[in-house]
Design a protein around this ligand. Structure first.
Ligand code: GTP
Ligand code: MG
Length: 252
């Protein structure tokens, strides 16, 4: 999940271009899957929904900022208490308009603003990369226990890895954002991983998005084997840290 900053202000807000857009929007359907950012812009323009789309994406960005701040606060407090940072880094991204379109249409759902909100829970995504597995559970619990957060879904792929070997803890949470006249609840997908799990997932992701790979089965087996090694390494590192924590005194 690369960090992507999209400049929604680049979308054409010229009100006079309505009919041109309506014609171009037909091209979206004829495009046969090869949809571009311009096609989405044209489609939204034809429905006079560019501004509404910008507002929706802005709300998801605000939700990301809220969750980011919550994690930063936890990191500051816990690093003072435990003498280590519970997470090493955070990556955030908003799903691109093209990815949103593709995900909805691949499920046979029409690309509308209501459908985006109702059917997709990963428009706003945060990936929290920790050094140790126990920090993942501690952080996730601290976040989930906050009284303005609702956990809608919890998938523990650390406890139960995917067949591929994929490990991470996923939470879909709902977080309030405070706008000028109202409070709205937005969904955010939070993925917690160790550094090693993240390393594995990015390599595996590279393979998934390549076509006609030679020796695919061998690579898949290698990845599965490596995922198990990574799991053992993560547990070992945690045990070593516990031993270090339990012995000796802090140097000045
Ligand atoms: P998506 O439709 O992909 O969002 O899947 P889902 O709704 O079933 O949710 P799931 O929790 O399985 O996966 C959500 C996200 O986790 C994906 O978008 C990826 O970022 C990541 N993920 C899940 N499975 C894998 C995997 O096998 N390999 C890698 N590299 N990433 C994965
Ligand atoms: Mg997803």
């Amino acid at each position: 999940m690369a960090v992507e900053h999209i400049d929604y202000s680049k979308m054409d807000l010229d009100e006079n271009a309505g009919s041109k857009r309506a014609i171009k929007a037909i091209g979206v359907i004829a495009n046969d899957g090869k949809i571009t950012y311009n096609d989405i812009e044209n489609m939204l323009g034809a429905r006079d929904q560019i501004k509404d789309f910008q507002i929706l994406m802005m709300k998801y960005e605000c939700a990301l900022s809220e969750v980011r701040t919550k994690l930063d606060v936890l990191n500051k407090e816990l690093s003072l208490i435990n003498n280590r940072n519970p997470f090493e880094s955070i990556k955030m991204r908003i799903k691109t308009p093209v990815s949103i379109y593709k995900k909805l249409t691949s499920r046979g759902i029409e690309f509308t603003l209501d459908n985006i909100n109702e059917n997709l829970s990963d428009i706003a995504g945060i990936r929290v990369i920790c050094s140790f597995v126990d920090d993942i559970y501690m952080l996730a619990e601290c976040l989930a226990n906050q009284d303005d957060i609702t956990v809608l879904q919890r998938k523990d792929y650390i406890e139960k890895p995917k067949k591929s070997g994929y490990r991470s803890l996923h939470l879909i949470i709902e977080v309030p954002i405070f706008l000028t006249t109202k409070k709205e609840y937005m969904k955010v997908e939070v993925q917690f991983r160790t550094i090693a799990m993240d390393f594995w997932a990015s390599l595996e992701h590279k393979m998934k998005y390549k076509k006609n790979i030679e020796n695919q089965e061998v690579i898949t087996d290698d990845l599965k084997f490596s995922a198990d090694l990574i799991n053992q390494l993560d547990l070992r590192m945690q045990q070593i840290r516990e031993k270090i924590d339990a012995s000796g005194e802090e140097r000045e």
